[in-house]
Ligand binder design. Structure first.
Ligand code: NAD
Length: 251
């Protein structure tokens, strides 16, 4: 490019991606980087985080570690413009399948984790001219998935929290939306498939159950996130984009 700097929609902005060391978070980090943002990956396990990104080890269920990590990001970059609250864990079974400790653990990571991270980043976001937050919910937020009671409760709460945060911070110029993926091809889903007797057959069956006949690609989710945190979506807040091959619309 003859020495000319590439320009992207997120040039000059700093983005935190929680759960950014794996799966959807890793794809989101890469996409926001490609769009010009400087990236801070925040993950409880940064061992396999992409080395080109600054990595901060923190557990979103632990307020002390979250506050230390956000302070470290602020100190290193001098600004925080975008927060992608993507870290999350799964839970299987009906309402009787998980004990109180597991309910508390999943809700603490999937729901309260968003509040902890965002609250710690708020003083920085308030100073940004382009502040945007994207939470990773799920089609479980809006549709009845069998044997996913606790997980669905957590993601329904993410949808409600997204609207509440959007309302509370509207006048401060901070936009808040969510991306709601269907079944996506990530290490998480890989681990579930690996526990099947015939992982290849199970993968084919899982793909066939999707309306578009395949798993969602992490890059497709990352593309929706990139839009929701970019100036292109400047009038969009308190809502979501489903990236699910049409699954939610069929229910
Ligand atoms: P993944 O397991 O591949 O990656 C999750 C990442 O989050 C990991 O790097 C993990 O270390 C990190 N993480 C987990 N708990 C954490 C904690 N307490 N503190 C900090 N980091 C933590 O999973 P994925 O499939 O990429 O899922 C990412 C998000 O997408 C989750 O919120 C999940 O609920 C959501 N989601 C996934 C799918 C799917 O099919 N994969 C579908 C809908 C929604």
């Amino acid at each position: 490019m003859g020495g000319t700097e590439m320009t992207g929609p997120l040039d000059g902005l700093v983005a935190i991606v929680t759960g950014g060391a794996s799966g959807l978070g890793a794809a989101i980090a890469q996409r926001l980087h490609d769009d010009g943002a400087r990236i801070a990956v925040l993950d409880r396990d940064t061992t396999h985080a992409d080395e080109k990104f600054a990595a901060f080890t923190a557990d979103v269920s632990d307020r002390t570690s979250v506050e230390a990590a956000i302070a470290a990001v602020g100190a290193q970059f001098g600004r925080i413009d975008i927060v992608v609250n993507n870290a999350g864990i799964g839970a299987q079974g009906d309402i009787a399948a998980n004990d109180d400790d597991e309910w508390a653990r999943v809700l603490s990571i999937n729901v309260t984790g968003i509040a902890r991270v965002t609250a710690a980043a708020l003083p920085w976001l308030r100073q940004s001219p382009a502040a945007a937050i994207c939470n990773t919910a799920s089609i479980a937020a809006t549709t009845g998935l069998p044997q996913r009671a606790l997980y669905s409760a957590s993601k329904g709460a993410v949808a409600a929290l997204t609207r509440a945060m959007a309302t509370d911070h509207l006048r401060e110029g901070i936009r808040v939306n969510s991306v709601n993926p269907g079944t996506a091809d990530t290490p998480w889903v890989g681990r579930l498939l690996d526990s099947a007797t015939d992982p290849a057959a199970e993968r084919a069956a899982l793909a066939a159950r999707q309306p578009h006949g395949r798993l969602v690609s992490p890059d497709e989710v990352a593309g929706a996130v990139a839009y929701l945190v970019s100036p292109a979506s400047g009038s969009t807040t308190g809502t979501f984009i489903e990236v699910d091959g049409g699954m939610a619309s069929l229910r």
